[in-house]
Design a protein around this ligand. Sequence first.
Ligand code: BTN
Length: 269
Amino acid sequence: MSQYTIKPNLLDQIEPLVSEIRVFKKIDSTNDEARRAIKSGISGINLIVADAQTAGRGRRGKTWISPAGGLYMSFIFPFQNDLTQPQALSLVAAISVKRSLEEWSVAPIKLKWPNDLLVEGKKLSGILLELERSGGNTHVIFGIGVNYLLTVEQKLKIDREVTDLNEQAENIPSRERVITKICIDLLNNVREFSERGFGSFKPAWNESDHYLGSRVVINDGKSEKSGISLGVNERAELIIESDSGQEFISGGEISVGLREIAGIISRDT
Ligand code: BTN
């Protein structure tokens, strides 16, 4: 752990905003480290960053391929009260990271419910939100992975189409700048959500929803539902128009989307 490639001293702008920042050259998973930290009794907002992960985790038990030189971070936010809408927080995180990355991305960033960031259908970033209860607090772990600079070979190893910040930005910012921006925006957006709920985020989501108006299939690990996506409501549920009428989905994720573009059906997963 002697040689860092992400320079902790360049994160000085966010140092006053959080209780602790820890930067690892390599770790199993920043989310796993976050869980261990919570169990050991940390307090306040904590940030864990790694240059590489050996066991990076994605949603639904998937692996998050995490070669050195990427952007892997977990924010720990303690909430004193029980969280009433953890699902909504997941969407708030996606909106927040989208706003952060739009500082550099030339093309618009779109959202895939509940919390993927896409550019032209290709994945730029994913978020793994986990809850851990300890000492009477609910800790939310926001695990954020941003594809920063992947080689062609690394892209090919990933089982879906991906893009990276290097491809999307005119001039790629340093990882320290990206981490700083993501952290500041997330703090502000989580605060806004805590004070005002999801209502003010709903339009932001629906304006950027990649699948709005498209036929989607939602998989919650046990069953599948399909219908036309109508965007999200105030509770951050995905509304779909299915054969049996409107349905409100609070768990799962879009496994397949069929989008009709100029007469061509393209399939995104
Ligand atoms: C997904 O889209 O499936 C979510 C990916 C989340 C990846 C990040 S990288 C930092 C943090 N540590 C992990 O092991 N996973 C999250």
